[in-house]
Design a protein around this ligand. Structure first.
Ligand SMILES: [Zn+2]
Length: 246
């Protein structure tokens, strides 16, 4: 796999930016500037290229994403195994079947809307059976969610914590998804630079999604305080201590 090349990364960012300004209604109107993710959430229509608009009657919310970033994060953490199921905590079910070589199932978050508490055990059955048949699974979610869901599932799992700041194994934003993976020896999160460009701005780290155009996300602020180039690996990273001085 090709290593991190700063110039190619910057070129990819500029290309995204240019295309956003010419092809995507939101950016044509507002220009590109670092913008909190919360401001973009209601803008799905206008964040899609003019040539490929969002059609809510035919496709789900584009914020759901795809399994690729989760796969990358688990590979980077050294946890993804063929046949070892990946159970991911979500607010709603998705119809994914696999994450790379591993079977996948959604585990509904403890406070997800299930249409009544009586339905919850039935909805947990599929992930529990998957883990039980494989003799284990990765359970990916926030630490507090995992505390509640582990006993509820009742099968042995390996906890994979995610958080928007220090403390989780995976660096995660509810809308942008999996951004990076904690590296103990670097005391930092390595950013997934193949999928995200990142740059420092006065308001924090500004992220640009390099791998998707629906929605087109350029210069989004998602609460990352700062970034560095990891001295040991020469790639973009967010130091753990950056969150404590925020
Ligand atoms: Zn490193």
């Amino acid at each position: 796999m090709i290593g991190f090349r700063p110039r190619a990364w910057e070129t990819a960012y500029r290309r995204r930016r240019r295309r956003a300004l010419t092809e995507v209604p939101y950016y044509r109107e507002h220009g590109v500037r670092p913008t909190p993710i919360a401001e973009l959430l209601p803008e799905l229509y206008r964040l899609c290229p003019l040539a490929r608009p969002w059609r809510p009657e035919r496709e789900p919310s584009l914020w759901i994403g795809d399994p690729g970033p989760l796969r990358d994060a688990l590979v980077s953490a050294g946890l993804l195994r063929r046949g070892l199921p990946v159970l991911e905590v979500r607010e709603a079910l998705v119809d994914w079947r696999r994450v790379g070589p591993a079977p996948y199932a959604t585990v509904l978050a403890p406070d997800a809307d299930t249409g009544g508490p009586a339905r919850r055990p039935g909805l947990l059955q599929a992930p529990a059976e998957l883990a039980s048949a494989a003799g284990g699974a990765l359970l990916v979610g926030g630490a507090a969610e995992l505390d509640r869901l582990e006993p509820e599932l009742g099968v042995p799992v390996t906890r994979v914590t995610r958080s928007g700041g220090a403390g989780g194994l995976l660096l995660y934003d509810r809308w942008l998804g999996y951004l990076g993976t904690w590296r103990e020896e670097c005391a930092a999160y390595h950013l997934n630079w193949r999928r995200f460009h990142a740059r420092r701005t006065p308001g924090g780290v500004s992220l640009t999604a390099l791998d998707r155009r629906r929605p087109t996300l350029v210069d989004v602020l998602a609460g990352l305080p700062t970034m560095v180039v990891c001295a040991a690996h020469g790639r973009p990273a967010v130091p753990g201590q950056a969150f404590s001085v925020q």
